[in-house]
Design a protein around this ligand. Structure first.
Ligand code: GAR
Length: 213
């Protein structure tokens, strides 16, 4: 008999199924999603990834989602490079609602989030950005840090609002910039920090949602 979803005190339950449900949006290889999914599998995330969605048909995050047994779909973004059309965002919202998610996690999603999604999940969309915000908003933040000669770099988890990388900061982790760093070596060091930070902050956020109920 499946014990999925059973959380009664004193009754054994599947730790993977515990906690609020979240949807994941990503455009890339999905290493941050992997860190979250591994924490979920080990029963330490306190939240359940229910669906993975991507604006890029060939993004590595889609097969990775399926590897973890999570429904994973490509949603065509429309003709713009930096945002989805309102119709495409509405399709994201439809799929997220159908998957009964409580919150949304952006894991390398490279388009700006607009009204349909923001209004469907107000204060419930998290993003990870590869800089110590408010420094270096926007694209390739690690390269911006290197080119600016910053002594340290890092990553930030924040709530998503209508601006670009401007929402309330939930947590940060810093790494040094080393002599001889390239954009690639610095990004790799930041990603190690991301993979520790994101599961930690998602767990905290999920605890907050549970306390609200
Ligand atoms: C991560 O470094 C994330 O911080 C960055 O994209 C990478 C995705 O990697 N996101 C942004 O720059 C958003 N503005 P992943 O696909 O391996 O998780």
């Amino acid at each position: 008999m499946s014990t999925l979803g059973t959380q009664l005190p004193g009754v054994s339950f599947c730790p993977e199924a515990a906690g609020p449900r979240f949807g994941v949006l990503g455009s890339g290889k999905g290493s941050n999603f992997r860190a979250l999914a591994e924490a979920w599998k080990s029963g330490t995330l306190g939240a359940t990834p229910a669906i993975v969605l991507s604006d890029i048909e060939t993004a590595g995050i889609l097969p990775l989602g399926r590897e973890f047994g999570i429904p994973s779909h490509f949603v065509p973004p429309g003709p713009f490079r930096t945002k989805m059309t309102p119709e495409a965002e509405e399709e994201l919202v439809r799929l997220l609602r159908e998957a009964k998610v409580d919150f949304v996690v952006l894991a390398g999603f490279m388009r700006v989030i607009k009204a349909p999604l923001l209004e469907a999940f107000p204060g419930r969309i998290l993003n990870i950005h590869p800089s110590l915000l408010p420094a270096f908003r926007g694209l390739e933040a690690w390269r911006q840090a290197l080119e600016a000669g910053a002594p340290e770099a890092g990553c930030t988890v924040h709530l998503v609002d209508a601006g670009v990388d401007t929402g309330k900061i939930l947590g940060q982790s810093s790494v040094p910039v080393l002599a001889g760093d390239t954009a690639e070596s610095l990004h790799a060091r930041i990603q190690v920090a991301e993979h520790e930070l994101y599961p930690r902050i998602v767990r905290k956020f999920a605890e907050g949602l549970k306390a609200e109920k």
